[in-house]
Design a protein around this ligand. Structure first.
Ligand SMILES: [Zn+2]
Length: 581
């Protein structure tokens, strides 16, 4: 238990959590994005709210807004508790409330026993911004007016204890008292709680509808269809362009070629094409050509009659027959051996095939969707891919954008994935922290949507129950989340942060003893290789135009040997990744 003589722990640790990143236009309190607002403007908003929706609704909105801030700060407090005793840990809340400029808080009496759920808190409030704002606009009141502040105290304490603690103002500056005084107790210990709890609830019908909608969303996310369409979420122009081409192809029977980097979700686009088409009630059969052993490719695809070759112990239909009436998805088509390519061409042209060891011709009715992450045109030039098959497949090519080209879709994708993985792992996750989301949007995503998916699953597993996914839950290396230019130092004044990314980069450079030319040439090679030999992509990574990149490659005598390495890589450099889809 503490009384009025309580000394706050030093503020330094909390001040360090405030970071100003003026060049990004952001301010942060740990992982939460904050705003430095004009109290006058906030006061004006408060007034307009009261005048437009009436005092009861305005009070409810402001209380709930405060409650939400308090809840977020409790999450932060729980994280930085460290070695502190429970009382000092709890007092982080009042300290944050002061740091955020709302009010000066002094404890009068705090009696807490978390084990038995006992709470009694009495605090003195001075300099309440809200009381000042209210009296300036509306004059002295008969009822207390620090609604947002009361919301904050209740939200913070409730989240901290995991039990609804209701705070009430028993004195208020807004009622001509010399200060505000608040008392907080578990809600069931207030005889008149019913008078106050409605301010913490959103309008009841709307909240019931929202609750129902949440339930429907959760149910839906557990259904396979939803899972399949999840990666087809997005508003970015790059995504919409691809999706538009898919939906236009759906109503026809055209053979479609999906191109794009590993992990962009080609199989899901293929599946969407199937689902949108008239064949949607027929089978969707997916084959990864790279995963088939060379000697089994043809029997797997086209079927086999018993005894056709040693080891053909039974008669089996192939994937083409299994997809009859539906869609056959051939992933990594560039890996198909030449004899199988010839047979595929015939199926596409004639709509018929023969099983291995069988001379009967079978008619089949399928739509083929092929996909590749290699440049088929250069495979044709290298003699590894039939040109007639290439032209037959390339009738309707659709380029699936890399995730970094549609980074505006990341919040939606991440939210859908969070819901799905939270359901899968039986966790309650409130979402991603603002910082985590911003870090995801800045990341380059060499592994595309699949990498995002893996990262979100990791985040869901590591995040605290009822908490937000934080940067460190997503990235094993926390360095990736940094990039602030200014922070508040121990004295409360602004200081430049010690290590910027540029600092660490130059450390690495000077320690390496490489020459500047070596470094340039290394970066150029690395970019071209990460872009799978695609110069336009490599130029984007380096912040250059394509001609600028070409000039520098030439200057460093890289152009020619990289081109060869690029096409070799294109075929074999995917070993580390799972098959593309
Ligand atoms: Zn007050």
């Amino acid at each position: 238990m503490i009384t009025a003589s309580y000394d706050y722990p030093k503020n330094e640790d909390l001040l360090k959590l405030v970071r100003f990143s003026a060049k990004d236009g952001t301010i942060w309190l740990a992982e939460n994005r904050m705003l430095l607002l004009h109290a006058m403007a906030m006061s004006g908003l408060r007034k307009e709210l009261i005048n437009s929706v009436g005092i009861e609704h305005a009070r409810r909105i402001l209380t709930r807004m405060g409650f939400a801030s308090g809840t977020r700060d409790a999450e932060l407090a729980r994280k930085i508790i460290g070695q502190r005793n429970p009382i000092d840990a709890f007092m982080v809340g009042p300290q944050l409330h002061m740091l955020e400029g709302s009010v000066r808080v002094s404890p009068i009496k705090l009696d807490v026993d978390m084990a038995v759920g006992r709470f009694y808190g009495e605090f003195l409030w001075e300099n309440s911004w809200e009381a000042e704002a209210h009296t300036q606009e509306f004059g002295v009141q008969t009822d207390p007016v620090c609604w947002m502040l009361i919301g904050y105290a209740s939200g913070y304490t409730t989240a901290f204890f995991g039990k609804f603690i209701l705070f009430k103002e028993v004195e208020c500056l807004g009622c001509n008292d010399s200060h505000c005084r608040i008392v907080g107790k578990p809600v069931d210990e207030w005889p008149d709680a019913d008078k106050f709890t409605p301010y913490f609830e959103s309008d009841s019908i709307i909240s019931q509808l929202l609750e129902l909608r949440t339930q429907v969303d959760v149910l839906r996310s557990s259904i396979a269809d939803q899972y399949r369409l999840e990666n087809l979420i997005g508003d970015s122009p790059a995504f919409k362009r691809a999706y538009d081409l898919v939906s236009k192809a759906a109503s026809t029977n055209v053979t479609v070629l999906l191109t794009g980097e590993t992990g962009v979700g080609k199989e899901r686009f293929a599946h969407a094409l199937h689902d949108l088409s008239l064949r949607k009630d027929g089978p969707f059969v997916a084959v990864n050509c790279a995963a088939l052993p060379d000697d089994l490719v043809e029997s797997e695809l086209f079927g086999v009659e018993k005894g056709a070759f040693t080891g053909a112990h039974s008669t089996r239909p192939g994937k083409f027959e299994r997809a009859d009436g539906g869609t056959l998805f051939l992933d990594e088509i560039g890996e198909l051996p030449l004899p199988a390519q010839a047979k595929l061409l015939r199926v596409l042209q004639e709509g018929e095939l023969e099983r291995l060891g069988d001379d009967r011709t079978r008619k089949i009715n399928i739509r083929v969707v092929a996909a590749t992450n290699v440049d088929l045109e250069s495979a044709v030039r290298a003699g590894k891919f039939r040109s007639d098959l290439y032209y037959r497949l390339n009738v309707y090519p659709i380029g699936i954008p890399a995730l970094r080209e549609r980074s505006q879709d990341i919040p939606q994708l991440a939210a859908a994935m969070t819901t799905r993985f939270a359901t899968l792992h039986s966790k309650r996750i409130t979402g991603l922290s603002d910082k985590a989301l911003q870090t995801l949007k800045r990341y380059q995503w060499p592994g595309n949507v699949r990498e995002l998916e893996n990262m979100i699953e990791r985040g869901v597993i590591l995040a605290a129950n009822d908490g937000h996914i934080q940067v460190e839950d997503l990235f094993p290396n926390p360095e990736m989340g940094n990039g602030f230019d200014v922070a508040i130092g121990t004295t409360g004044s602004l200081e430049t942060t010690a290590k910027t990314p540029a600092d660490s980069l130059s450390d690495t450079f000077f320690n390496s003893r490489l020459s500047l030319d070596d470094v340039e040439s290394m970066l150029l090679r690395e970019a071209v290789s990460r872009a799978n030999g695609n110069y336009a992509g490599a130029a984007r990574m380096l912040g250059l135009t394509r001609p600028q990149l070409a000039y520098r490659l030439k200057k460093n005598a890289i152009a020619d040997d990289m081109k060869d390495a690029g096409s070799a890589n294109a075929g074999e450099g995917m070993d580390d990744n799972p098959p593309s889809s």
